[in-house]
Ligand binder design. Structure first.
Ligand code: ADP
Ligand code: MG
Length: 326
């Protein structure tokens, strides 16, 4: 078996004096779904564009299946990119948009239409092959863009914020389709997003970037459950960061429980209560002016309801505390 792993070796991108990507190394396993997650400006798109070959590497190298692709043109790398805006040709039919790269390669019409037909079937758009892009919904346009990227048979599909142009309902549906497609094709997807929920829903592996470097990488559940830094804990959400005599820790808001005032690990004053449907979020203040949120299952909360201003106790299992390194 030939491993199709993608490897970044100390990859750096400089734009003048700006260091957009700072000596990033990472191993993307073959046939896996990876999300590059981080706030705007942290270097996600630059990293993706260097992998695609749409941006030169300032330093370091990019290997695919052991081959150094750092200086190859985009079409020769074994990668394909799906852009945020889809960039469909407005005057070409859906079929011709999908077949476009094959036309550029000089492949004759029957063959390229045959392949385009297969791709349109894959994304469930066969019935719309003769339409123009502006006769399609946002979700359909996105599937055309996917088919157009996949027709080159890439080993790695690169997606830059592919769902950001869709409304929230469609976004959730399309992410399920992306996940299914990746499983069917058994190729690697590298998907850039700034949404932690999107990354958790999709990724085998989440790579969290901040300030041009990788802050933490690992299986989605590990990164969410056991953030290593304050930044990751706060960016992933659903965590408290607290300072205790032993150091700084992250603890999931749903791992904090409320008790009677004298029975908790710490005493707390309730600042605010927010009903969230399945849960109630109880914002408190503990010693040292630190805010701690306890996310309580709604039935548990309403069995012993509280109000802002109440003094309570908070407790947790020591195993739920994750020490932070920065
Ligand atoms: P992200 O995709 O995470 O939002 P980018 O990779 O687009 O981040 O940008 C990382 C940094 O590089 C930012 O500070 C951005 O302003 C800068 N940058 C991106 N593209 C260019 C460019 N073509 N020229 C100059 N600076 C750029
Ligand atoms: Mg970007």
């Amino acid at each position: 078996m030939i491993l199709q792993d993608l490897e970044l070796v100390s990859v750096t991108k400089r734009y003048g004096t700006t260091v957009a990507v700072d000596a990033v190394s990472h191993h993307f396993k073959s046939a896996s779904y990876t999300c590059l997650l981080g706030p705007s400006g942290c270097g996600k798109s630059s990293t993706l564009r260097m992998i695609a070959g749409h941006e030169s590497v300032s330093d370091g190298s990019i290997l695919l299946a052991g081959r150094d692709i750092s200086h190859l043109p985009p079409a020769k790398r074994g990668t394909a990119m799906m852009f945020q805006s889809y960039a469909l040709f407005p005057h070409l039919s859906v079929r011709d948009n999908v077949a476009f790269s094959l036309k550029m390669k000089g492949i004759d019409k029957p063959e390229r239409y045959g392949k385009a037909g297969e791709m349109l079937e894959l994304v469930d758009l066969s019935a719309l092959a003769d339409r123009l892009p502006d006769q399609l919904s946002g979700g359909q346009q996105q599937r055309v863009a996917l088919a157009r990227a996949l027709i080159t048979r890439p080993q790695v599909l690169l997606l830059d914020e592919p769902l950001s142009a869709l409304d929230p309902f469609l976004r959730i549906r399309m992410r399920a389709e992306l996940r299914k497609l990746q499983k069917e094709l058994q190729i690697s997807f590298v998907h850039v997003t700034h949404g932690q929920d999107e990354a958790l829903a999709l990724a085998d592996e989440v790579v969290v970037m901040n300030n041009a470097v990788i802050e933490q990488a690992g299986p989605a559940r590990t990164v969410f459950n056991a953030p290593k830094t304050r930044f990751v804990a706060q960016f992933m959400g659903g965590h408290n960061v607290i300072a205790l005599p032993e150091g700084h820790f992250a603890i999931r808001t749903d791992a904090v429980t409320t008790t009677a005032p004298d029975q908790g690990t710490v005493a707390a004053d309730i600042l605010a209560i927010e009903y969230q449907g399945t849960h109630v979020s109880v914002l408190t203040k503990i010693a040292g002016d630190q805010e701690v949120t306890a996310l309580i299952a709604d039935a548990d909360f309403f069995a012993h309801p509280h109000n802002p201003g109440d003094r309570i106790g908070l407790t947790w299992d020591a195993n739920s505390l994750h020490p932070l390194t920065a």
